[in-house]
Design a protein around this ligand. Structure first.
Ligand code: C2G
Length: 135
């Protein structure tokens, strides 16, 4: 099967995350044919702290469990480093890398076709967290 790969933290999992993953599969099907699998690198707690300077609300084991349970997702693995994308793409034999367009241009160096999809508007983990804290 052809492979599409993506990466993310997926903290306080929301519809923006879900749509990104579903659309990643759609993009891959349109480019590679119907038999594609979606592989997702979920950032470890340590990597999340490094890149965002905060600990995720939901621990990595749970974030992985949630992403793994989705119908559109075939394989989940630990993303330990932002700089190892080329290795991850090779390990899973990925043909396409998909990310949201808040990352435009960031991953063009990975050696495979990279597609940046528009983010879902009006939803983010930060907004969710504030909504929780407000009361
Ligand atoms: N996303 C989206 N719409 C939103 C929120 C997020 O399409 N409203 C997308 C992001 O663009 C990203 C994915 O969902 O492609 C996961 O988002 P995050 O959990 O915020 O992940 P991020 O911290 O961007 O991780 O190696 C790359 C990093 O691990 C990226």
């Amino acid at each position: 099967r052809a492979t599409v790969i993506t990466f993310g933290t997926f903290d306080l999992f929301h519809k923006g995350h879900l749509r990104l993953l579903e659309r990643a599969l759609d993009v891959a099907r349109s480019k590679l044919g119907p038999r594609v699998r979606l592989v997702v690198g979920v950032s470890t707690d340590a990597l999340t702290y490094k890149k965002k300077k905060r600990v995720p609300t939901v621990p990595e084991t749970e974030r992985k469990e949630i992403v793994r349970s989705l119908r559109c997702v075939d394989v989940v693995f630990d993303e330990h480093s932002l700089d190892a994308k080329r290795e991850y793409c090779e390990r899973y034999d990925a043909q396409i890398l998909v990310m949201g367009d808040d990352h435009v241009g960031e991953f063009d160096w990975c050696g495979i076709e990279t597609v940046y999809l528009p983010r879902t508007v009006d939803i983010s983990t930060t907004q969710r967290r504030f909504a929780v804290i407000k009361d």
